[in-house]
Ligand binder design. Structure first.
Ligand SMILES: *Cc1c(COP(=O)(O)O)cnc(C)c1O
Length: 498
């Protein structure tokens, strides 16, 4: 299968090149040239619901230039001991028509591990196949979660180095500890004075500076990025929707072929786009429910057909969804326009120039026939956490709680009682403070992160995940702080090129 750009300017390329390159040179995003039909016998012959083998079937259909052996090796390396659940992405049935897909059993306790545990293997294999003799340097600016997930995924992967910049005093203490204690012979981490935008701007400057890129190339390095517009991060996410559906069929919640609702708490439109792609490949879906927090640019887009980012930005208790420019939406626009790259270019130009664009009536109608969008504010989110904990004894993290609230709203508005799959994107342990606040259980010594973890453990009866409890005793390895102007200098010292 080949990959084409949503802006139409690049020639089709195989998946290895798309994953190495990240973004198309014309500024567009790579999408598969067609959607393979993944029929009901997709998982035939796989014993015991083994997740790595299920994932390999899906990845194999999209990454045809990789070869079965490499795909299987990557899936087995990624979806094994690093996860604290044997099913990797288990489905829990909360009540008759509501199942939760737990995507947070990976090393950083959030769903980005589902992709970032495997993408480094795909990237390393692509690199070997291209045989260019370069070592890839993954450069990341993070507001907290992506940095740690990328560090965990890329640590000790052959042929790849990773360096993460995070805003000094701009991440939570837990997130800082997660990053500065990261082990691995190919990893580097440094704080940048300023906020996330300063770190992000610094990274972008390095990416776009021809002199610095030449200097790196002379030393045998090539920069790359691990952010969510890379096809290598999207394709592993398609797999868990098929796997979850199969799990629901096998546990008798569904008859094969029954359509389901899929509700996804959304930020950059990556996770829900993967559900859409699964649907295009044959997964029976009645409606895709897009759940926003107060930064509800996507929910508004679905409800009005107008994308307008000119609005106030809110810091919420679901910070991983605090986004006003959802990059992956471009891939959906490409489909809504009937794969008309010219149209996509126009909309993106309008977004850049005027901060808004509007779908024509046919496109909007098409969008609404499959998608539903709504949002939850802080109060709705806290209420959802309380309600599900009281009624089901199940603790939602704030992101998943946003999804729960919007699913309820959808059911009230439409009367649709179809079976639903709610994607749980983070463990409640990871967002312990917001969860405890919602339940009115913040301990008196609320400043001590580890006291909060113990309280969540008491409430749920679950042990504190080892990846969080061990932070208390791990040495802090990466203590550097730099100014934005010094970032390249710091990177150079890490790579020993100065
Ligand atoms: C990244 C993230 C999201 C948003 O996912 P998108 O693919 O960007 O829509 C939701 N919840 C959590 C916990 C996340 O880390």
């Amino acid at each position: 299968m080949e990959y084409i750009s949503t802006r139409g300017g690049d020639s089709p390329i195989p998946s290895k090149k798309a994953i190495l390159q990240g973004m198309a040179r014309d500024g567009g995003l790579y999408v598969p040239s067609f959607f393979p039909s993944l029929g009901p016998n997709l998982f035939a012959g796989i014993p015991g619901g083994a997740y790595p083998q299920r994932a390999a079937r899906i990845l194999g259909a999209f990454l045809s230039d990789y070869g079965e052996r490499d795909i299987t090796a990557a899936c087995e390396a990624a979806y094994g001991d690093h996860f604290d659940h044997p099913q990797i992405a288990p489905v829990k049935c909360l009540k008759g028509n509501l199942s939760v897909l737990e995507l947070w059993h990976g090393p950083t306790l959030a769903f980005k591990d589902m992709a970032l545990q495997i993408m480094p293997h795909l990237l390393a294999q692509a690199l070997r196949a291209e045989g260019e003799g370069y070592e890839v340097v993954i450069l990341v600016a993070t507001s907290g979660d992506t940095g740690k997930a990328a560090l965990e995924g890329f640590a000790d992967v052959e042929g790849v180095r990773i360096f993460v910049f995070y805003p000094h005093e701009g991440v939570s203490e837990m997130q800082r500890l997660q990053m500065v204690t990261q082990r691995g012979k190919n990893v580097g981490v440094c704080a940048v004075r300023g906020n996330f935008d300063d770190a992000q701007t610094g990274v972008k400057k390095i990416f776009s500076d021809p002199d610095r890129n030449r200097q790196l190339a002379q030393s045998g390095f090539r920069l790359s990025s691990a952010n969510s517009i890379n096809w290598g991060r999207l394709v592993p996410q398609i797999a868990y929707y098929f796997s979850a559906y199969e799990g629901m069929v096998q546990s008798g919640i569904l008859r094969r072929g029954d359509p389901i609702l899929i509700c996804v708490p959304t930020g950059n439109f990556g996770n829900i786009l993967a559900a859409y792609y699964a649907h295009r490949c044959g997964l029976p879906v009645r409606r895709l429910i897009c759940a926003s927090n107060r930064n509800k640019v996507l929910a508004d887009f679905i409800r009005t057909g107008i994308y307008d980012r000119r609005r106030e930005f809110f810091k919420t208790e679901s910070p991983s969804m605090d986004i006003l420019i959802s990059s992956n939406l471009e891939r959906l626009l490409f489909e809504l326009s009937g794969r008309d790259a010219g149209r996509v270019r126009e909309w993106m130009n309008q977004l850049n120039g005027h901060g808004r664009y509007q779908l024509p009536p046919e496109g909007w109608a098409q969008l609404q026939s499959l998608f539903y969008g709504h949002f939850a504010d802080g109060r709705d989110t806290r209420q959802a956490i309380q309600q599900v904990f009281t009624e089901e004894g199940y603790l939602l993290d704030p992101h998943t709680a946003v999804g729960y609230h919007v699913l309820q709203t959808y059911r009230e508005e439409t009367g649709d009682g179809s079976p639903a799959l709610l994607t749980a994107t983070a463990s409640p342990f990871k967002f312990n403070r917001a969860v405890l606040e919602a339940l009115g259980r913040l301990p008196d010594d609320g400043r001590d992160e580890f006291a909060l973890l113990e309280e969540v453990a008491r409430l749920t009866g679950e042990p504190i995940p080892e990846k969080l409890s061990e932070l208390k005793s791990l040495p802090e390895i990466h203590g550097g702080i730099c100014a934005q102007e010094e970032m390249f200098e710091v990177l150079g010292r890490f790579l020993r090129i100065h």
